[in-house]
Ligand binder design. Structure first.
Ligand code: 99T
Length: 204
């Protein structure tokens, strides 16, 4: 399997953390790309019309995206039900945590594109602030509900951990740990997992 990704992408990290947890990482060849919405990669677009990372190309040539579909595919490949609790509450909880973590990463990424990518004269401060407020509300909710986060890896805990790792990587100055001590403790434990250590974000 070939994965179009980027070592800075929290969505790409989510896929690789899942792969490490499932014992599948060495079956994936990673192709790193530098791209943005205004400087897309033709190689990625050839496999995914959205031009987004991560995109996985299977050995039969079929492409899978986005990170949710790829993670579910990997879980299936590893026998199923490993990262996705099968029963009742635990399942809906893990999937909803995945949605929260993905949403926090999307909001953080939109705030980053607005500052880093958009020409200065076109920047919209209220947009940045409201994207960051989504992240802030997510952090506040997680701090209050930290008992919902599994100590073991499932699709919910992996996604939230990748979102927090992305905040450290791109928004360190915002000091998300302040006011979120219980969440910070959970993250410190989770981040020590070999799967998280093997996928630390870096600039390409
Ligand atoms: O939107 C684009 O055209 C380029 N952006 C991406 O491909 C980002 C890279 S993170 N990926 C996504 O937005 C994927 C979201 C999707 N729902 C999923 O896979 O779950 C780059 C981070 C950074 O450079 O800071």
């Amino acid at each position: 399997m070939r994965l179009h990704s980027n070592p800075a992408s929290p969505f790409g990290r989510k896929v690789m953390v899942a792969a490490h947890e499932l014992g599948l990482a060495d079956r994936i060849t990673v192709d790193d790309h530098l791209l943005s919405p205004v400087e897309p990669s033709e190689a990625v677009i050839a496999d995914n019309p959205l031009g987004k990372l991560p995109t996985m190309v299977l050995d039969n040539g079929h492409a899978l995206y986005d990170s949710r579909v790829i993670c579910e595919y990997l879980d299936h490949l590893a026998g199923g039900g490993r990262l996705y609790p099968q029963a009742g509450d635990a399942r809906w909880r893990a999937l909803t945590l995945q949605a929260l973590g993905d949403g926090m990463m999307e909001a953080a990424l939109l705030a980053r594109y607005e500052t880093f990518l958009r020409p200065e004269e076109l920047r919209w401060q209220a947009w940045i602030e409201h994207q960051k407020l989504k992240v802030q509300r997510g952090l506040d909710w997680l701090e209050q509900n930290v008992d919902q986060l599994a100590e073991e890896a499932d699709i919910g805990s992996i996604t939230i951990a990748c979102a927090l790792g992305y905040l450290d990587f791109r928004f360190g100055a915002d000091k998300w740990r302040e006011g979120h001590a219980r969440l910070a403790d959970w993250f410190a434990r989770f981040e020590s997992r070999p799967s998280m250590q093997a996928t630390l974000p870096r600039q390409l």
